[in-house]
Design a protein around this ligand. Structure first.
Ligand code: DHB
Ligand code: FE
Length: 289
């Protein structure tokens, strides 16, 4: 059977993608942010998954304000990098896993989560920046990402957004879905976006280190309680875009301790850095025991 081996959490800042694409990662401003990913790059090279179930948000790229699903799963064989206004990021095409994605859709929808099934879409920085952070610079034509990726898009850009509780429970349903897939695949679940940031209005530039670090503590040690935090607290404490953090609860809900009991997952790596663009960089790697 397929199994979830680990979860990875990371910010997806577009300026980080630009720094990678323009060869600026060693500049003094960026170096400390990228240093936080050296462990993860080495770890994933030694522990390559077959598939990443990558929870992210689209930023009005594939889904315009005309139509925006709360949760959407990509079932395509291949996805192109989206043009967000400066041309598509120069990264390889993302290879999907239509069979596992369709199985997950079947299982999770029957488990009462309404996923929109997406057979064709382009992927923006929300998905490709986390891939670049963990896999480094690849040639867009000659190289391939080392594994298949199933995009799972969450609406955190247009209200109403899903609650932390619903996200956490979706993670639990995803775990069941993966565990019932009849092929011995190693699957990682990634929760991306965040941490505290506000890009608009009077509080633009808001960063809340204390709240972010408490979020990391609670995500590791008491995720079910953290899932009860209402969206208004994210907005007040972490800024209007800090709500992206609910996506981290999906990945955490998919870890084995939640429904099978036992100790919380092993914390392989934890990193927090301010500033990067308008936000804090947060990154965590948790491994199932
Ligand atoms: C920034 C961060 C984001 O998560 C995003 O989607 C857009 C911009 C920023 O820090 O500038
Ligand atoms: Fe974002």
């Amino acid at each position: 059977m397929a199994r979830i081996t680990a979860s990875v959490y990371t910010s997806h800042i577009p300026a980080v993608g630009a720094a990678i694409d323009l060869g600026k990662t060693h500049e003094p401003y960026w170096q400390p942010a990228f240093a936080g990913y050296e462990f993860g790059k080495q770890w994933i090279r030694n522990n390559p998954p077959d598939v990443i179930l990558l929870v992210y948000n689209d930023h009005a790229t594939a889904f315009s304000m005309d139509m925006i699903p709360t949760f959407a799963i990509g079932t395509a064989a291949e996805y192109a990098s989206a043009d967000e206004g400066w041309g598509p990021r120069p990264v390889p095409k993302v290879r999907g896993h239509p069979e596992l994605a369709s199985h997950i859709a079947q299982s999770v929808i029957q488990d009462d989560f309404d996923l929109t099934v997406v057979n064709k879409m382009d992927l923006d920085h929300g998905l490709t920046v986390p891939l670049s952070l963990m896999f480094g610079v690849l040639d867009p034509v000659k190289d391939r990402w080392p594994c298949a990726v199933i995009p799972l898009a969450v609406n955190v850009v247009l209200y109403p957004v899903p609650s932390g509780r619903r996200c956490f429970n979706l993670g639990r349903a995803l775990r069941k879905a993966v565990a019932s897939y009849d092929e011995p695949l190693k699957v990682q679940v990634w929760g991306t976006g965040g941490m505290s940031h506000q890009l608009q209005g009077a509080r633009a530039g808001l960063i809340n280190r204390e709240w972010d670090n408490r979020f990391l503590d609670r995500l590791i040690a008491e995720p079910a309680k953290l899932a009860e935090v209402p969206h208004i607290e994210y907005v007040r404490e972490a800024g209007s875009e800090g709500i992206e953090l609910v996506m981290w609860l999906i990945a955490r809900g998919a870890m084995s301790d939640i429904d099978e009991g036992g100790a919380p997952p092993k914390v392989l790596h934890r990193f927090y850095h301010v500033p990067a663009s308008n936000t804090a960089v947060g990154h965590l790697i948790l491994e199932n025991r």
